[in-house]
Design a protein around this ligand. Structure first.
Ligand SMILES: C[S@@+](CC[C@H](N)C(=O)[O-])C[C@H]1O[C@@H](n2cnc3c(N)ncnc32)[C@H](O)[C@@H]1O
Length: 469
């Protein structure tokens, strides 16, 4: 490695060699016949150039990479330079991004950070007493797991969970928060000096952090969105586990479960059908709107409905899908397939599936579930329903089969594909099959606040995965 005048550091990398960049750039580069490959610390391929690419730029303009000569692709030159110089270079073709930015559209993440930087939205989560009280009891009730330990709070927000970990005896807590809420977390920890002295707030995306492997004993986080996985923050939690957690380290929470049950709700179905009737007007101020009736119906039925549901609408016991946060891979969350099988007891119309989740805090002293099930005190996550435009007609004893498939997209959420079928009992008549496609990012918040008798949390602000995001 040669030191050049100014900020320039020059590496020469020949074909087949590997180069690992430590400080702030957790990447490993190598030049192969097929071009430049860049791996992250988990050995996941994060960039593969095409053989004809001549130059790259990585992370905040700090690294500039170019092939040594126009003729030969044998040698790579790596320069570190300031952002301005890198930006000014005509050779900058690609901005290499961290793992979060790779999987997230910029428009989505900037709204997301803006949302979480606002105190009312953090307040809304803190005021969800089922949520916050369960975290408090799970952390303080397992103080033995925190005593003198190094803890990371993944997505710390206001820093409330970091303060709980400090109360439980942690010797050091890294409160990692990407949004500008980090400044408020600093204010809060400084105003509670007995606890705050052991907390370090770091404003960074967890994915861009360079604390070193095995640097923490315990991870705490509240990464759950609607249907557990909305917002795709669980991937950040697993990422923190792989990068920073010591082998055998504890995670609070440790396990998550998604539950899916068939439901019957004529009132909701009729409400959804009626929403589009506006577009049936043949003379709306002299304009025929009817050509948009079908697209409007499709739009309404692609929204997921979020509200506190009456458990009596459930038509089957739930199917459960487990996610062990200790072992699941980030990639397991990119395409989640939940096979469905409901044995129907009574005849009726199945209008779709109702979903909810719970997470387990599996401490040394106590185990505790945080549940968002229908019928238990309501949280700000409520429950979620995928409503089918065409209901499924079932007879007593029918075996309903199907699948709920969640495919991650770059707007920090999922496309949901639902398929349900019931065998026909008549010879020559095909099985009845119904399908629906939904965007988890487009919820219809049928209920905006918790029922007042279940929580004092009715703060009036939308949950974090509100349509505003
Ligand atoms: C659901 S809130 C929980 C906040 C706080 N831990 C609590 O329990 O009240 C999630 C927080 O994580 C932050 N966050 C989400 N993804 C992150 C990431 N990749 N890196 C750092 N912070 C992130 C958000 O900005 C948000 O403040």
């Amino acid at each position: 490695m040669m030191k050049l005048p100014g900020d320039f550091v020059l590496h020469k990398l020949t074909k087949g060699q590997h180069l690992s960049l430590g400080d702030g750039l957790p990447v490993d580069l190598s030049l192969q016949d097929e071009g430049l490959t860049i791996f992250d610390q988990q050995k996941d391929l994060i960039y593969q150039s095409s053989p004809s690419d001549r130059a790259w730029r990585a992370g905040n303009g700090m690294i500039f990479i170019s092939l040594d000569s126009e003729e030969s692709a044998d040698t790579l030159v790596l320069r570190s330079m300031d952002t301005e110089a890198a930006a000014a270079s005509e050779n900058v073709l690609i901005h290499l991004q961290g793992k979060f930015d790779q999987r997230t559209e910029e428009g989505s993440s900037s709204l997301y950070w803006h949302y979480y930087s606002q105190i009312p939205h953090q307040q809304n989560m803190l005021q969800d007493m089922i949520r916050t009280g369960t975290y408090y009891a799970s952390i303080l009730g397992n103080a033995v797991d925190f005593q003198d330990k190094v803890v990371m709070d993944v997505g710390a927000g206001s820093g409330i969970l970091s303060l709980f970990a400090a109360q439980a005896g942690a010797k050091k807590v890294y409160a990692v928060e990407a949004s500008n809420m980090a400044a408020s977390a600093n204010v809060l920890k400084d105003a509670n000096p007995a606890l705050g002295a052991r907390i370090e707030v770091i404003q960074s995306k967890v994915e861009d952090l360079d604390l070193g492997a095995n640097s923490v004993d315990v991870l705490i986080s509240e990464p759950m969105g609607t249907l557990l996985v909305n917002e795709r923050m669980l991937e950040t939690y697993l990422h923190a586990r792989d990068r920073f957690l010591k082998p055998g380290g504890r995670m609070f929470p440790q396990t998550g479960r998604i539950h899916v049950a068939a439901f019957t709700d004529d009132v909701l179905h009729t409400e959804m059908m009626n929403k589009a009737t506006f577009w049936l007007q043949t003379s709306f101020f002299g304009v025929d709107l009817t050509s948009l009736y079908e697209p409007a119906m499709d739009g309404y039925f692609s929204q997921v409905v979020v509200d506190a549901i009456d458990p009596r609408c459930l038509a089957s016991p739930p199917i459960t899908h487990n996610v062990d946060f200790g072992t699941a891979l980030e990639s397991d969350l990119h395409d989640i397939v939940i096979p469905l099988h409901f044995a129907m007891g009574v005849p009726g119309n199945i209008h779709g599936v109702a979903c909810w989740f719970d997470v387990l805090f599996d401490g040394s002293s106590s185990q505790r579930w945080l549940s968002t099930a229908p019928g238990v005190p309501t949280t700000h996550w409520f429950q979620l329903r995928c409503v089918l435009r065409q209901p499924l007609t079932v007879y007593p004893g029918a075996d309903v089969h199907g699948e709920l498939r969640l495919i991650a997209h770059k707007r920090q959420s999922y496309d949901i594909h639902l398929r349900l079928s019931v065998p026909s009992l008549a010879a020559g008549v095909p099985d009845h099959v119904v399908t629906g496609k939904f965007d988890l990012k487009e919820p219809y918040y049928r209920q905006l606040t918790q029922p007042y008798w279940q929580s004092q949390a009715a703060g009036g602000t939308l949950p974090p995965d509100s349509p505003a995001l």
